[in-house]
Design a protein around this ligand. Structure first.
Ligand code: ZN
Ligand code: ZN
Ligand code: ZN
Length: 278
């Protein structure tokens, strides 16, 4: 399993384009490329995307990703930093030459928002016209697509909008997509029992400034709490990669400061372009 991190920011990206805050000024001043964070998205092998947000074009061109190879997109939820209907609309005949359909997975709510946005753009009126095949998923109901096993889990985020975490297994390796959530819900912990995770991507939106935030998003101290519980339960072992990601400039997104905080806890800090080969 190969995972490439394409974006590690919360909604506004880092530096947030118009933002005058100290964190964003520091990023512009320092010039550390790891501090430039695009909106959250991950590439699994070369055929699966997890989320497809407003930086998709920038991510595909910067990291040389051939999007014609993508067979499926798993959407965690419908927030605009994760769902970019506009760039899916350019699959429409007359704009692009697309012959293969693209599966999109997500909760009913997430898929209905995607359809709403495609329609609102005025050109497309159906998934068919952009060769998109929607597949609705339900939390805690496992499904498979080809050799990919998908277990959707409920995120503690955006109440009423059915956001999801994903436990994805392929070729004996397991990835936990755990961004845009607070401390995991009791039902999630129950479903993780007995599972082995090779890599977990954990929401750290509230970061160092609001380290103890545990509902809706997580602060850094809560990420540590999740990592410790995964280890205690045996879901993660010494070889497992536990990775903090989805950072907000409002909480502190400076890479070197995040590394200093997380390193003693054996948690890695994601940056855009980072590749994990498992
Ligand atoms: Zn987000
Ligand atoms: Zn800022
Ligand atoms: Zn969100």
């Amino acid at each position: 399993m190969r995972i490439q991190i394409l974006g590690t920011a919360a909604a506004e990206a880092c530096p947030a384009i118009f933002c005058e805050c100290e964190n964003c000024r520091e990023i512009r001043r320092k010039g550390d490329p790891r501090d430039v964070r695009r909106r959250a998205s991950y590439l699994l092998d070369d055929d699966t995307l997890i989320d497809f947000g407003p930086d998709a074009f920038f991510q595909a061109t910067t990291f040389q990703i051939d999007l014609t190879k993508i067979q499926r997109i798993l959407f965690t939820h419908a927030h605009l930093d994760h769902q970019n209907a506009t760039d899916l609309m350019w699959r429409h005949r007359g704009y692009s030459q697309c012959t293969r359909s693209l599966k999109v997975f997500g909760s009913h709510y997430t898929l209905s928002m995607l359809l709403h946005r495609l329609t609102a753009e005025g050109e497309s009126v159906s998934f068919d016209e952009v060769l998109v095949e929607p597949v609705a998923l339900h939390a805690y109901q496992p499904s498979t697509d080809g050799d990919l096993e998908i277990l959707p889990l409920e995120a503690d985020h955006a109440p009423g909008k059915a956001p999801m975490l994903y436990l994805l297994t392929r070729g004996g390796k397991t990835l936990l997509v755990g961004n845009d959530t607070g401390y995991f819900l009791p039902e999630v912990w129950k479903h993780l029992e007995g599972k082995h995770i090779d890599i977990a991507l954990l929401d750290s939106t509230s970061s160092l400034k609001y380290a103890n935030q545990e509902r809706g998003h997580m602060g850094a101290a809560i990420v540590v709490k999740v990592a410790e519980r995964l280890r205690e339960m045996g879901c993660a072992d010494k070889a497992s990669r536990l990775v903090a990601t989805h950072f907000s400039h409002n909480g502190n997104s400076i890479h070197s400061e995040l590394e200093a905080y997380f390193a003693p806890h054996h948690i890695e800090v994601a940056y855009d372009g980072l590749v994990f080969e498992l």
